[in-house]
Design a protein around this ligand. Structure first.
Ligand code: HEM
Length: 521
């Protein structure tokens, strides 16, 4: 019964979308008296309350009784079947419109305006306000965010700029390869690495710190320096406690321990970041004092360009670091997990890499252009495991029109990328790991024409991921080196591993893999 009403609704939405397109064309042709007619018609636009959607009780039932709190990505697919591609829900003070269809998603994103806002991130801002710190790119909004992004975008967003970091990334990848060698050698089987996500986590931490702070922080050594370990633990501590402080009412902050722990976590993160920034700043000043040339990478550029104040640099580097670790490390882990299950695909990939970089040569950023399958493996991993499975937009500047619905300013749109990229309407055999679907030949043979909004793993528009180019380069350079050196096999005791939604999509249990050394071609 519910299903059939949702089918009717789906039909209505697509008719509404059609109507919307037709109306835009008609509106252009209207003048004078006709405009009054338009205003009359606008009055009859449908609203949030006309949308179908689960009640608060139904949501609580699915979260807590059916246990979907850490599996919200799967719940999205269930809700899609019940309520169709656009539905409403109310949680706390938020009225949310959830989008599950690339065409509707496109309509929302194209109306996002000059200063797109993702979500309020209140609890992050509460910390900055409490300690009088500056916001970073994740928390800042409006024209101040725009100024910040204009400064941060430089030396990051273009592939040609990201190439600059290939040397630093490759240095950390070399350490990763050594770490894998040691871990497998020390394992009882002599070839197994347990919990590869943890190995990649430390690697990604070192990589992004090296780029952002221009300093090695020791995550790849056997014994991580105490200060670095405290910093890593503080991030975990802050994230864990942030779940409680987000959902508990503010009055509990004085009586329950979570708020204090959450703030303590952030304080340690900022202390660590500030120390590294201050050290770099003194180096730059000393060089300027002795009239030496100031050279360096990202932090040097941020500090010496004069576009950001010192507090803005502290806020920005800490947030860059937080955004740049789980994202690449989880994607690399999922890609190895799937490659391990498909020896034939892995063999093709190995041959591609070995041909592009024969012998002992280390791949460079330019070599990646010769590796279409490698790039396709990362793309396909991000389709099946979008690190941000659910994104959001609050459109503050104007009302949003979708078909014959009109939503007021400040409506929270929830963008369900996970459901969209696993929908068979958007991708053939959507649950299968098929990197070849991203190769030109596949498009030609299958006559595929995807709506580009069915796959936007790095987000959309001017608020999209600032670290995209660096992330891609890091993942490509890493995967090519690992695949060139090792044949990856699944752990025979490993079983099926499923994603779990913890802000980003993480494996629900450790991914253990066998690394068998390959003979050089
Ligand atoms: C697999 C790797 C990554 C993926 C899939 C990814 C994905 C995303 C997505 C989906 C967003 C939201 C975009 C939007 O709302 O339209 C985002 C934002 C962001 N990402 Fe990434 N990211 C990755 C790696 C990185 C790295 C390595 C860094 C830093 C070096 C980084 C820094 C940021 C920052 C600062 C933002 C916020 C931008 C803003 O609000 O202006 N990301 N990322």
């Amino acid at each position: 019964m519910i299903l059939s009403s949702s089918q009717i609704f789906k039909g209505r939405i697509s008719r509404a979308l059609q109507a919307c397109r037709v109306r835009i064309l008609q509106d252009r042709a209207l003048h004078g008296a006709a405009a009054a007619e338009t205003a009359e018609r606008d009055k009859k636009m449908k609203t949030f309350d006309d949308l179908p959607g689960p009640s608060l009780l139904t949501n609580l039932y699915w979260f807590f009784i059916r246990g979907y709190l850490l599996h919200t990505h799967e719940l999205q697919q269930i809700k899609y079947k019940h309520y169709g591609p656009m539905f409403r829900s109310v949680i706390g003070r938020y009225k949310m419109v959830t989008i599950m269809d690339p065409e509707i998603l496109e309509l929302v994103l194209r109306q996002e305006g000059k200063y797109p806002m993702r979500s309020e991130m209140d609890v992050w801002k509460d910390h900055r306000n409490l300690r009088s710190l500056s916001y970073g790119p994740l928390t800042e909004e409006g024209h101040r965010w725009h100024n910040l992004r204009s400064a941060l975008n430089k030396k990051m967003l273009k592939p040609s700029e990201a190439k600059m970091y290939a040397g630093s990334i490759n240095e950390v990848v070399s350490d990763l390869i050594e770490r894998i060698r040691d871990l497998r050698r020390d394992s009882p089987s002599g070839n197994t690495v347990n919990d590869i996500a943890n190995v990649f986590y430390r690697f990604a931490f070192e990589g992004v710190s090296y780029i952002v702070f221009e300093t090695r922080i020791g995550c790849m050594s056997k014994q991580i320096p105490l200060e670095t370990q405290k910093f890593i633990d503080s991030i975990g501590f802050m994230l864990k406690n942030s779940v409680y402080v987000t959902y508990l009412p503010p009055w509990t902050r004085k009586v329950l321990p979570y708020w204090k722990r959450y703030i303590e976590g952030w304080d340690n993160i900022f202390d660590f970041g500030k120390k590294l920034v201050d050290k770099k700043m003194s180096e730059i000043q000393a060089r300027l004092g002795s009239r030496e040339e100031v050279q360096g990478e990202y932090l040097t550029y941020l500090l010496s360009s004069g576009n950001l104040s010192l507090p803005e640099v502290y806020g920005s580097v800490c947030e860059l670091l937080l955004a740049g670790v789980d994202t690449t490390s989880n994607t690399l882990s999922w890609s190895l997990y799937h490659l391990a299950q498909d020896p034939e695909l892995q063999q093709f990939l190995h041959e591609e890499v070995a041909q592009a970089v024969p012998g002992d040569r280390i791949p460079t950023a330019d070599d990646i252009a010769q590796m279409p399958l490698l790039r396709a493996v990362i793309k396909e991993t991000l389709r099946l495991y979008p690190v941000v499975p659910v994104n959001a937009r609050i459109i503050t500047e104007k009302e949003v029109t979708i078909g014959d619905y009109q939503f007021p300013k400040n409506t929270l749109f929830v963008l369900n990328h996970y459901a969209i990229s696993r929908d068979e309407k958007n991708f053939e055999q959507p649950e299968r790991f098929l990197p070849q679907r991203w190769l030109r030949r596949w498009f030609r043979d299958h006559k595929m024409k995807n709506n580009p909004f069915s796959y936007i793993p790095f987000g959309y528009g001017i608020r999209a991921c600032v670290g995209r180019r660096i992330a891609e380069l890091e993942m490509h350079l890493t995967l090519s080196r690992v695949i060139k050196k090792y044949e990856i096999r699944p752990d025979p005791q490993g079983g099926n591993i499923k994603p779990m939604a913890r802000i980003v999509l993480t494996p629900n249990k450790p991914i253990n893999l066998q690394f068998l050394e390959r003979k050089a071609l």
